[in-house]
Ligand binder design. Structure first.
Ligand code: SF4
Length: 394
């Protein structure tokens, strides 16, 4: 069993100690003298402990472990959802405080000129724009928070690499088409596998302290699952991440696809898991619904080729304002709302959210923005600002 095939798991000790314990069970000698870039999942400017973002204590533990292992230099970098200010997201998510405490730098990936990388044998992409700081460090550590995802099943260490794409390049992954022939997988899953063919984390540390279940990655519920998975092997980490969430890795198309294309072992038994009785840390996550409309009474959602930013806006809008929309129901007694470039079948009177839906704007109320914020949708529908005393859903 070589170093890359070890998957280390810990749990029930909180965000910081879980990570410290998991990393203590794997060989960190390759860190000695190397520069390390930590890529958490800080997609939104969201409060700590809601399951949106990697917990700052988990990031602190990664830094401490890397320092103890002799890293020469450490930084934290991110390119969040389009429309989100990276530094504001770091601050609200507690990452700025951690960086200051440990004296490590914060990098807004989008503030640097991207590098165009060719993708050989891509299914949907022949090249892609990657944030250049990725290539300035010896070791890239993916530190995702464990979440279910309505478009991709889960978002873990490999999917977290999408946050290394430059700014709007992330959006393109939701709108691509097959180039040469059709494949059974969704184009987004193929796009993630195209990316994986040129960019994978060197190490993965999955923060499962407070994850997100159900309508992830933005509209789900926080779940206190209190585990951590660490491995040098990107597939091994994500497979065990799924198992700890009570999910079957075979049900996650992008993982299955990447394992086939990159010839990575897909059976859990192919990895050495520590401890062997890791199942004591399993906390089942509620899977994302196949039809999101069913999650909201009296709401018809049209979602085709949207990216995670508009999906996030939509979920936040519905959570905060759905009950105020009773006078905007259509003939079927439902509130109709649409996101994504591919929506063509929405009813007259639908609310069209985001620039991608602009071709439909004669059919209903159009809310421009990429993405618009939830309060902007409320204003466009009602003609007035929301009550400021009402708390944001975060
Ligand atoms: S309008 Fe929405 S779905 Fe379209 S690119 Fe912008 S954020 Fe993504």
């Amino acid at each position: 069993m070589n170093r890359r095939e070890v998957v280390s798991i810990s749990g029930k000790k909180g965000a910081f100690q879980n990570v410290m314990d998991a990393l203590s069970q794997i060989d960190l000698t390759p860190i000695q003298g190397k520069s390390v870039l930590i890529k958490p999942n800080i997609g939104r400017a969201a409060s700590i402990g809601k399951g949106y973002n990697t917990h700052p204590d988990a990031i602190a533990a990664v830094i401490e472990s890397m320092k103890n292992a002799g890293a020469s230099h450490i930084a934290i970098g991110e390119s969040p959802l389009v429309g989100i200010d990276t530094m504001e997201a770091f601050k609200k998510g507690g990452v700025t405080d951690v960086a200051e405490k440990y004296g490590v730098g914060l990098i807004d990936f989008d503030a640097h000129k991207p590098i165009k990388k060719d993708i050989e044998n891509g299914r949907v992409l022949s090249s892609t724009l990657i944030c250049s700081p990725i290539y300035e460090y010896d070791i890239l550590v993916s530190v995702p928070v464990a979440k279910t995802h309505m478009h991709t099943g889960v978002t873990l260490g490999i999917k977290n690499m999408k946050g290394c794409l430059y700014n709007h390049e992330k959006v393109r992954y939701h709108q691509v088409e097959y180039m040469d022939k059709e494949y059974p997988e969704k184009t987004l899953d193929s796009a993630i596998s195209d990316l994986a063919s040129i960019l994978l984390p060197d190490m993965t540390v999955i923060d499962g302290y407070i994850g997100m279940e159900g309508l992830g990655p933005s509209g789900g519920e926080a779940i206190h699952s209190d585990f951590c998975v660490a491995s040098w092997h990107p597939m091994g980490a994500d497979i065990y991440g799924c198992l700890l969430m009570g999910l079957n890795p075979a049900d996650i198309p992008h993982l299955r696809l990447i394992s086939e294309r990159l010839e990575m072992p897909f059976e859990p038994e192919a990895y050495e898991v520590r401890p062997a009785d890791f199942r004591k840390f399993v906390v089942p996550y509620r899977v994302p619904p196949t039809n999101i409309s069913l999650e909201f009474d009296n709401v018809q959602i049209y979602d085709k080729e949207s990216c995670s930013a508009c999906l996030s806006t939509l979920m936040l809008f519905l959570k905060r304002f759905k009950d105020d929309m009773s006078q905007y129901l259509l003939h079927d007694g439902k509130f109709h709302i649409a996101i994504g470039k591919g929506v063509t079948d929405a009813e007259e009177g639908t609310i069209f959210v985001g620039n991608c839906t602009r071709l439909n704007k004669e059919k209903g109320i159009y809310v421009k923005g990429c993405p618009p914020v939830p309060t902007r949708i409320y204003e466009a529908i009602t003609g007035r600002e929301p009550d400021e005393n009402e708390p944001e859903v975060q």
